[in-house]
Design a protein around this ligand. Structure first.
Ligand code: PLP
Length: 671
């Protein structure tokens, strides 16, 4: 698996080879300052002029201004500053300009942030108001019609970066025209360049910012179109470059590279056209449907860019899908702002009213118009491989050490549910399923043909009872709780055999604190499912001193603790540059890949020629005893980004292992 399949083109793109060559030439042969009057400067000036002329043609800029910026964010700020300065002047002259700054609810954050910033700095005192979108992600024209008469400025995007939804700019223009609106209109065209036809001077659009790095030019170069006659105030003054519209020595490498991209757009042969891209999307969508039955697409294909696919898979959080794709060498992104610990649902999808699980489980896959059939073939093949890995894996592949029960952990946002299972016997017991994860646990149980013997709780509370009922119902069982803690009556009645049998294993009930609480002790590995109680809270003797406690919510940031174990805040870290030497000097070190089994299946991990052992974080509980039994053998945990490995190392450290390490930055940096 050596070639990355880069499917995150809406975030940024690689640089077109011709653009790279043009940038190098602008830095080596034609390195002049375009303001210099000697020949070297004039050569640079010629590149600048040629690029601007091309840009004018490609964008249909007519007599409008076309200036180079550092990117779209600068273009947006320049446009907003220009419009608000004009509003301020017009108001001072007694003109009525409206009291609203309107922007689409799904705009890139650069837009509302820029509106708020300049409104505050200029003291214009206008009110920011989001124009809602419908279920397809398109602006609500009825609301726009209602608010437009009060608008001093309107900001809408040509196409959305998360969903690819293409705005109905003609309909917006009609509303503005019908109402005789004098609002300044900004259209963020970042995602439109190279994918949608643009004839800006034929439209009512006042400002249109662009960003080079979304279409094969380097980062740090952009363009701003300003309609002829629309107000303009420079954001940056100084040496008077760009006819005084944007001072500062021009980014000539970026401009030359952008020129090469614009040339490719003009020649019409380098990039795929809309129909070709739509056919490619159809192939990718087909592969996704095969790989993930039940997949839901978050926007209609009829009204989205053919290069953006936003989807969610029931029962699979975005983070897991990202990990899976990443393991298969496919670079995609969460459709939402997603940190390792917590996935914040996308505000774009929320604005469209998609169900919560779809918004927080959203994944965005985007490619650029340079894609070819071979690339799409490779992407589809990897998607299918991910589907196979996913179907086979989660519980079955990673068999527990001989004679031991399997223990799987299901976690989300610091809450944990546990599954004690025996594949041979086809049995499992669920403990403390969190409400948000009951569906996933049911899925896993069903997929692996297990029979749920009991759904237990450590605490008798309403939320837990609801989740356990949901789990039983999802598995087609009677939803009624056998008791407040879910302990089956036949076991409770049989005093001689007060243990729940899960295949070869016994799960015993330990006295908890009061009648509303219980703990469960598993024979091997010796784990105690303790709910919210940490070691110090136990009555004397109830819990074996060497047992590992498994919690239903993080205790000091960990799912596992040990009675009386020290709390530490940081895992021992191995920096990438020290890794090789460490492994050389510690020949006996065990390198543990804590990625999930389906990730390991999608792409095996090689670490500097060392064999690695895949012990997924979610299955670590069943291996803890074993790992702790060899305290002198260094453990080097690794995962994709260094997050999960840090948790694993910290956990082992807290449980008393003196040589547990995490590789900072994960395999993403090891290469
Ligand atoms: N607008 C949209 C729709 C975008 O996708 C982006 C980039 O993420 C921006 C604006 C900001 O562009 P830049 O990175 O050039 O400042």
């Amino acid at each position: 698996m050596n070639h990355d399949i880069y499917l995150d083109a809406n975030a940024t793109s690689p640089v077109l080879p011709e653009a790279l060559a043009a940038a190098v030439e602008a830095m080596q042969a034609n390195y002049g300052n375009p303001s210099s009057s000697h020949a070297t400067g004039l050569r640079a000036k010629a590149i600048l002029d040629a690029t601007r002329a091309r840009a004018r043609r490609v964008l249909g800029a007519g007599p409008g201004r076309l200036l180079f910026t550092s990117g779209a964010t600068e273009g947006i700020h320049t446009a907003v500053l220009s419009a608000l300065c004009a509003v301020r002047e017009r108001r001072a002259a007694g003109d009525v300009c409206g009291d609203l700054l309107l922007y689409g609810a799904t705009e890139h954050k650069a837009v509302p942030e820029s509106l708020a910033h300049w409104n505050r700095l200029l003291g214009t005192g206008l009110t920011l108001r989001a124009v809602p979108v419908d279920a397809d992600g398109r602006h609500r024209m009825d609301v726009l019609r209602e608010l437009a008469p009060r608008a001093a400025m309107l900001c809408t995007m040509a196409a959305n970066n998360e969903t690819g939804v293409v705005s109905d700019l003609d309909a917006i223009a009609r509303v503005l025209k019908d109402l005789g609106s004098r609002a300044y209109w900004l259209v963020d065209c970042v995602q439109a360049l190279g994918k949608l036809p643009l004839h800006l001077a034929d439209t009512r659009i006042d400002y249109a910012p662009f960003s080079g790095h979304k279409l094969y030019a380097p980062k740090g170069i952009g363009m701003l179109y300003v309609r002829d006659g629309a107000p303009y105030t420079p954001l940056i003054t100084g040496g008077g470059q760009e006819d005084g519209q944007r001072s500062g020595t021009e980014n000539m490498a970026g401009i030359a590279a952008l020129g090469a991209v614009l040339k490719a757009l003009e020649d019409g042969a380098t990039f795929r056209n809309h129909d070709q891209l739509a056919a490619m999307r159809a192939r990718v969508v087909h592969a996704l449907r095969e790989a993930f039955p039940g997949i839901v697409f978050n926007a209609r294909f009829e009204t989205t860019l053919p290069t953006t696919i936003n989807f969610a898979v029931p029962g699979l959080p975005a983070r897991e899908l990202l990990d899976l794709f990443d393991a298969a060498g496919m670079r995609v992104s969460a459709g939402s702002a997603c940190s390792a610990a917590k996935a914040a649902p996308s505000y774009v999808l929320e604005a469209m009213g998609v169900p919560d699980w779809q918004a927080s489980g959203a994944v965005r896959l985007s490619f650029g118009p340079l894609a070819d059939e071979a690339f799409i073939d490779a992407a589809c093949a990897r998607i299918r491989r991910c589907g196979q890995a996913m179907r086979g894996m989660p519980l079955a592949s990673n068999a527990a050490p001989a004679g031991q029960a399997g223990v799987a952990r299901f976690s989300s946002d610091g809450r944990h549910g546990w599954l004690v299972l025996d594949h041979e016997a086809g049995e499992c017991v669920a403990i403390d399923p969190p409400p948000a994860l009951a569906g996933r646990m049911a899925d896993a149980i069903r997929r692996h043909g297990l029979r749920l013997v009991a759904a237990l709780a450590t605490h008798a509370d309403a939320e837990g009872a609801e989740a356990r009922a949901a789990l039983r119902v999802a598995l087609g069982m009677d939803g009624a709780d056998p008791g407040p803690l879910g302990w089956p009556a036949h076991v409770a009645d049989d005093a001689a055999n007060d243990a729940l049998v899960v295949g070869r294993q016994r799960l015993r009930r330990l006295p908890g604190i009061g009648a509303d609480h219980a703990m469960y002790l598993l024979d091997a590995p010796r784990l105690v499912f303790a709910g919210d109680l940490a070691g110090h809270a136990f009555g004397a003797g109830a819990v074996p001193a060497d047992a590992i406690l498994c919690h239903r919510a993080d205790v000091d940031g960990a799912a596992w603790t040990r009675p009386g174990a020290a709390v530490m805040d940081e895992a021992r870290q191995l920096q990438q540059d020290a890794l090789e030497r460490f492994l050389r000097t510690h020949g006996d070190a065990l390198v543990v890949d804590v990625r999930e089994a389906f990730e390991a299946e999608a792409g095996a991990l090689h670490l500097l020629g060392r064999e690695t052992r895949n012990l997924p974080l979610s299955r670590l509980a069943e291996h803890l005893e074993h790992l702790l039994a060899a305290p002198q053998r260094p453990l080097v945990f690794i995962c994709r980004s260094g997050n999960r490995s840090a948790r694993a190392a910290l956990c082992l450290q807290r449980l008393g292992h003196p040589h547990a390490w995490t590789v900072v930055g994960g395999i993403a940096l090891v290469g």
